[in-house]
Write a protein that binds this ligand. Structure first.
Ligand SMILES: Cc1cc2nc3c(=O)[nH]c(=O)nc-3n(C[C@H](O)[C@H](O)[C@H](O)COP(=O)(O)OP(=O)(O)OC[C@H]3O[C@@H](n4cnc5c(N)ncnc54)[C@H](O)[C@@H]3O)c2cc1C
Length: 324
């Protein structure tokens, strides 16, 4: 039976959106393949997760909590591998977050199975899984058919759309995560987040991004001010990152992050295909560009043809007034 397990990533109890996106996609595939979707939560609150897991399409939620509250590479690797040996899923989906990029290959090494990273599409054709991932810095794509069961696949956040239905909460099944046999070689004492207080791009409901039109690093503050006023994350085009005006962690696009917010505001961004690859699934796109012929207007729901140095501060002011 081609059952699909989906790793539910939690940090301090908060679940990453990519989990619901993967469950939704897994359910679409499992229905076609005749299998089930199993959410796997390590640490966190299983009863709180069971509702959204079921609503997004999980048939069951497997949970192990003992010693797994915070991420520990060795403990989580053993837990996920133990789960796989006992339940024998055909496919295991793990979000390609910083945590997932560590966990997926570690678990695959323990199981001696295939591991495909950074997937942007997943299909089930003629009884086999097919995974699409970018290679050579996004210049082309390869379609990979894993030959082991299970196969572990890292999924890019926002590659799939989360679809919340009215499904009942997923029944919670406790499992033995094999922690008694783990002797950690290192202990995590404290986690200090560099992005404390900053909204994470891939999780944000609103993203404000700046492109080469901002002219220099000193003007990125315009983007950050509007983002702060809206409670949004601040992004950038690759042109801005390559010029060294902001850090790579802000880059949106094919070789940056894929975002899927309710509102994406592109300021001084032309709309190159590689940028669109990372944001075109946003629910509402607003473009601010002084060139009425800029390609970004083809995908924008609302466009402002104007100078961003006038429009963006005026918008920030208006948002601040409305929000008091
Ligand atoms: C393999 C590969 C991968 C890539 N990956 C990515 C990626 O992940 N993300 C990404 O973004 N790009 C990526 N690129 C680069 C991409 O092709 C574009 O070069 C890049 O997106 C352009 O950035 P931009 O729109 O900021 O700059 P430009 O294309 O230079 O556009 C600047 C825009 O600002 C407007 N403007 C100028 N002044 C003002 C003003 N005062 N007010 C309002 N508007 C103004 C201009 O009209 C113009 O439309 C990749 C390219 C390759 C080959």
């Amino acid at each position: 039976m081609p059952n699909i397990a989906v790793f539910i990533e939690q940090r301090d109890g908060a679940i990453k959106k990519v989990a619901w996106q993967m469950i939704s996609q897994a359910r679409r595939l499992a229905d076609a393949a005749g299998g089930e979707v199993w959410a796997v939560l390590l640490g966190g609150d299983a009863n709180a997760a069971a509702g959204p897991a079921g609503a997004h399409g999980a048939h069951k939620l497997f949970h192990a909590g003992d010693q797994l509250a915070a991420y520990d590479s060795e403990r989580y690797g053993v837990a996920l591998a133990t789960f796989c040996r006992a339940q024998k899923p055909d496919l295991v989906l793990v979000g390609a977050t910083a945590l997932g990029r560590d966990l997926a290959p570690k678990t695959a090494a323990k199981l001696g199975c295939a591991c495909v990273s950074d997937a942007i599409a997943l299909t089930f054709e003629g009884g086999a899984w097919e995974v699409r991932r970018p290679v050579y810095a996004g210049k082309c794509f390869v379609d990979v058919v894993p030959k082991t069961a299970p196969a572990i696949v890292g999924i890019r956040p926002n590659a799939f759309v989360a679809q919340e239905g009215t499904g009942a909460p997923a029944p919670v099944v406790a499992f033995d995560a094999g922690q008694a046999q783990v002797t950690p070689k290192a202990v995590v004492r404290e986690i200090v987040t560099a992005t404390a207080g900053r909204v994470e791009l891939t999780e944000a409901d609103i993203v404000v991004s700046g492109g080469r039109g901002i002219k220099g690093p000193e003007h990125y503050a315009l983007i950050e001010d509007l983002a702060a006023a809206l409670g949004a994350a601040a992004g950038a085009s690759r042109a801005v990152v390559d010029a060294g005006w902001v850090d790579y962690s802000h880059q949106v696009g094919q070789t940056g992050k894929t975002v899927g917010p309710n509102l994406y505001i592109a300021c001084g961004i032309s709309g190159a295909i590689q940028h669109l690859a990372g944001m075109s699934s946003s629910k509402c796109i607003v473009a601010i560009n002084k060139d009425a012929a800029a390609p970004i207007f083809k995908v924008a729901d609302f466009g402002i043809v104007g100078d961003l140095f006038e429009v963006v501060p005026a918008l920030t002011e208006a948002v601040r007034k409305i929000r008091g």
